[in-house]
Ligand binder design. Structure first.
Ligand code: HAM
Length: 431
């Protein structure tokens, strides 16, 4: 078994999140929702120099330390499959000088990401994200719009049982002060911390705060609060973000323990968690925040403020209601003819082509078995209408249109119409 990839097929009805129509619907909903906020799609590559992620995401993060799929190519270059999209998108923006063309750039993306995590429900080694990134705007309004975009997208998908957690990590300068305060707090209790947190203490003490190990939880009691070390400007920025979320009617909770697992964040961070229970332990549907230093870290001559988020597609599909994919009209063309009646079979194919040309999903069982077997196939495909063509219909230029829905009066169940009338009858607008 290839344990990098999620299983690609499933028995009908099982694990419905594997159904591609739901994926496509989700991505279309995301891009159409994001385009209303002015975001356009970008497609960064799946593979980048490893160095991009160690500098961008942070070389003391779990993602870079333990989870990247890293390899050397034939030219001896160190490459990694992307574990996330933010660093790649910034690299692309820098390389293509995107900010020379637009003062504010709004990019959206969807695609696979790779992290060597222990697979579990909602946690895979190849998983997929939809994400959005906004460059060139330092204002709290940009943060609030990103959170509103993420929350609005969830509602558009029919996912309503979620909670938005927000926090501010401050700028790097205020975080440095906080880091030192945390190290001073935890150092006397070093031996009581989990081994993981002991190794993190000097390198990344903030991560101890979101540890769920009981030893770390005990040691956290009385730890200094990040909120207290924020500068006045950081506090004003965060207060403005919260006020705008209030104005937008986005419900949220301020959670001072939210630190996130990537190093590039500054000021606002947020996470959206599922509260329906559909996801079990992996309840984070998405997360993001501001990252005003990342452009400079990756070589930009000028600092570029930035903010963004990403959401896990597999998790969204576990949380989204089954019926959230609108179903288009589906029809079948059935030839009431024997296999040697070429004129009828040809007319059936031509009718199906015309229906498809009009935008209708049309099935023809080109094995052209008996009328009964073609009807059985149409039934299995759950079509809404069947167009029946026999020798008489072909000669008269008509078709017998059968409506499959149960709630139709018997006399309307099967009617003879001209082909054009019958096609018009099944077009979505006339239903
Ligand atoms: P992240 O929190 O690492 O952030 O990932 C975002 C979302 O991707 C998670 O909330 C989760 O839904 C999904 N996800 C992460 N890992 C897995 C996995 N192994 N299996 C299934 N789903 C997973 C980022 O990736 C940042 N780049 C977000 C961002 C964009 N920040 C600013 N801009």
């Amino acid at each position: 078994m290839n344990d990098l990839l999620p299983r690609v097929s499933a028995p009908a009805g099982a694990e419905s999140w594997l159904h591609v129509e739901r994926w496509r619907h989700l991505e279309q909903t995301f891009f159409s929702h994001a385009s209303r906020y002015g975001f356009s799609e970008v497609r960064p590559p799946l593979c980048e120099y490893t160095d991009l992620f160690s500098r961008g995401v942070g070389d003391t993060t779990d993602i870079v330390e333990k989870e990247m799929y890293t390899f050397e190519d034939r030219g001896g270059r160190h490459l990694s499959l992307r574990p996330e999209g933010t660093a790649s998108a910034v690299r692309a923006a820098l390389e293509h000088n995107a900010l020379a063309r637009e003062p504010v750039v709004r990019w959206a993306y969807a695609g696979p990401m790779f992290r060597a995590e222990r697979p579990a429900k909602g946690r895979y080694r190849q998983f997929h994200q939809v994400g959005a990134e906004l460059y060139g705007d330092a204002s709290p309004a940009a943060d609030a719009e990103m959170i509103a975009l993420a929350a609005g997208f969830l509602s558009a998908l029919g996912v309503n049982a979620f909670r938005v957690r927000v926090n501010s990590l401050g700028t790097r300068a205020s975080r440095k002060v906080y880091r030192d305060a945390l190290i001073a707090h935890f150092t006397p209790q070093l031996d009581a911390l989990s081994p993981e947190s002991q190794s993190r203490l000097q390198r990344n003490p903030l991560r101890i705060l979101d540890s769920k190990d009981p030893r770390d939880i005990a040691a956290k009691a009385g730890a200094p609060s990040l909120t207290d070390s924020l500068s006045a400007e950081d506090q004003a920025h965060f207060a403005a973000v919260c006020a705008m979320l209030d104005a937008l009617g986005v419900p949220y909770t301020v959670d001072p323990s939210l630190v996130r697992g990537l190093d590039y964040y500054t000021r606002t961070v947020f996470e959206i968690v599922d509260v329906s229970g559909a996801l079990g332990a992996q309840d984070a549907l998405g997360g993001g925040g501001r990252y005003d230093d990342l452009f400079a870290d990756l070589g930009a001559a000028q600092p570029v403020p930035a903010v963004g988020f990403a959401m896990g597609i597999e998790r969204l599909l576990l949380a989204a209601p089954e019926a959230s994919v609108p179903r288009a009209t589906r029809v079948a063309v059935v030839a009431a003819a024997r296999a040697d009646e070429q004129a009828v079979l040809g007319a059936a194919l031509a009718l199906a082509r015309d229906l498809r040309g009009a935008g209708v999903e049309t099935h023809v069982d080109t094995r052209f078995g008996s009328m009964k077997s073609q009807m059985r196939r149409a039934n299995d495909l759950k079509v809404d209408y069947v167009f029946v063509l026999g020798g008489n219909e072909v000669a008269a230029g008509t078709v017998s249109l059968k409506t499959m829905a149960d709630d139709v009066a018997p006399e309307a169940k099967q009617v003879t119409l001209t082909r054009a009338e019958a096609i018009a009858r099944v077009l979505p607008a006339s239903r």
